[in-house]
Design a protein around this ligand. Structure first.
Ligand SMILES: NC(=O)c1ccc[n+]([C@@H]2O[C@H](COP(=O)([O-])OP(=O)(O)OC[C@H]3O[C@@H](n4cnc5c(N)ncnc54)[C@H](O)[C@@H]3O)[C@@H](O)[C@H]2O)c1
Ligand SMILES: [Zn+2]
Ligand SMILES: [Zn+2]
Length: 370
């Protein structure tokens, strides 16, 4: 049986997101229908809007950082039942690609997706779902293996952050580019993702964590989440300052630098602030035309002489079925701060306002409560 609800939709390129009535079909085989309880607003939703859907067909249901309750399970679903609390994973491994076939699901090329089952009620148009989720909606249908069960004690208005910002940032330090104990780490961009990188670096026992941002309020918050030093890139050259703060008689620099802004110049900075043999990780979502210039031959900062490396992080290279419950456990044990990341709760009608705040205001995560 189909259900009726509401969703925040991009209807056509260049227009604001609007709330519309939707009809959601019953889940098909290996799918589940989820009633959303909460969804974080990640910068990637804004990027999808700014890039006019980034290749997705309109209309598009936004949102990919969601938690909710399973309402109905499709044929063949045995690991979930109606009433189960879940967080939605947009990169549940496909089990078919070359990486999955060689037993390396964290490097899965694609992800499990449901059939499109959300329709705009006014004209019946089938909607795309951002990152196969579409969580700015009262209801959505996802692949059953993309719905990860949460412990009963886990509050869903915090659990939703695990789906993207938190697993991306923490996972970057655990899976994409494992941070070793005693290392020096720099994090460029201290939004929801960057602050999660900081939390991850702390969990991995980094010795020094240098937070870089252009917003002094974000830098104050970064200290609360574990940064040992802060650099305001509006006031000083972040590369020189990170090298100065990490000076060890060997020109300073960090073993690990994470970019979490989506600005190509910040990825270049991350590479230039590495110590010999260090590794930068780019996390921000690029536009098709974005590129970086890597100098090879500069004796101090060139990639060749500095033996620098660059990794790319997709959703923290997570294995959601084991990593999401781990994040919940860390939260419940008081080792991962999700409460402090929810700086604003909003309604479904406030998404455009949340986008505006993301660009101009002091907000870590706005969380939509349904
Ligand atoms: N790779 C992935 O899997 C993945 C997952 C989630 C988000 N993302 C992307 O990561 C990026 C960060 O996402 P978010 O939700 O944390 O965004 P956000 O808007 O919450 O945070 C971005 C931060 O960068 C800071 N910033 C802006 N310009 C800067 C500069 N020149 N130097 C230093 N800091 C600067 C901002 O002040 C802000 O604190 C976005 O591009 C997003 O699309 C990627
Ligand atoms: Zn995201
Ligand atoms: Zn795969």
């Amino acid at each position: 049986m189909s259900v009726e609800g509401r969703a925040c939709i991009l209807e056509e390129p260049g227009t604001p997101a609007v709330v519309r009535e939707i009809t959601v079909e019953s889940p098909g085989p290996n799918e589940v229908l989820v009633r959303l309880v909460a969804s974080g607003v990640c910068h990637t939703d804004l990027t999808v809007k700014m890039l006019n859907g980034n290749g997705m067909a309109f209309p598009i249901v936004l949102g990919h950082e969601g938690a909710g309750i399973v309402e109905e399970v499709g044929e063949g679903v045995t690991h979930l039942a109606p009433g189960d609390p879940v967080v939605l994973a947009y990169r549940a491994p496909c089990e078919q690609c070359p990486a999955c076939r060689r037993g390396d699901p964290r490097r899965c090329y694609m992800a499990l997706r449901p059939k499109q089952r959300i329709r705009r009620k006014s004209d019946g148009a089938l909607c795309s779902q951002v990152l196969r989720c579409g969580t700015f909606a009262t209801h959505t249908v996802v692949h059953a293996k993309a719905a990860i069960k949460m412990p009963a004690a886990m509050p869903l208005d915090k659990a939703c952050l695990i789906a993207c910002g938190v697993i991306t940032g923490v996972g970057a330090t655990m899976n994409t580019t494992p941070v070793f104990a005693g290392s020096r780490v720099a994090v460029i961009g201290c939004g929801g993702v960057g602050l999660s990188v900081i939390q991850g670096a702390k969990l991995q026992h980094a010795r020094q964590i240098v937070a870089v941002d252009v917003n002094s309020v974000k830098l104050e918050w970064a200290r609360k989440f574990g940064a040992t030093d802060t650099v305001n890139a509006r006031e000083v050259d972040p590369v020189a300052e990170v090298r100065r703060l990490t000076e060890d008689g060997w020109d300073g620099g960090v073993e690990f630098a994470f970019e979490a802004t989506g600005i190509p110049a910040c990825t270049e900075q991350a590479i230039k602030m590495l110590a010999y043999g260090g590794r930068a990780t780019t996390i921000g979502f690029p536009a098709a035309t974005d590129s970086v210039t890597l100098n090879l031959g500069d004796m101090a900062t060139g990639v060749y002489w500095n033996k620098a490396g660059l990794n790319v992080c997709h959703c923290g290279d997570a294995l959601p079925s084991s990593d999401f419950p781990l994040m919940a456990q860390l939260y419940l044990e008081g080792k991962l701060d999700l409460d402090g990341m929810v700086t604003r709760t909003i309604g479904l009608d406030d998404v455009e306002d949340a986008f505006h705040e993301m660009e101009t205001g002091n907000v870590i995560r706005s969380v939509i409560l349904f």
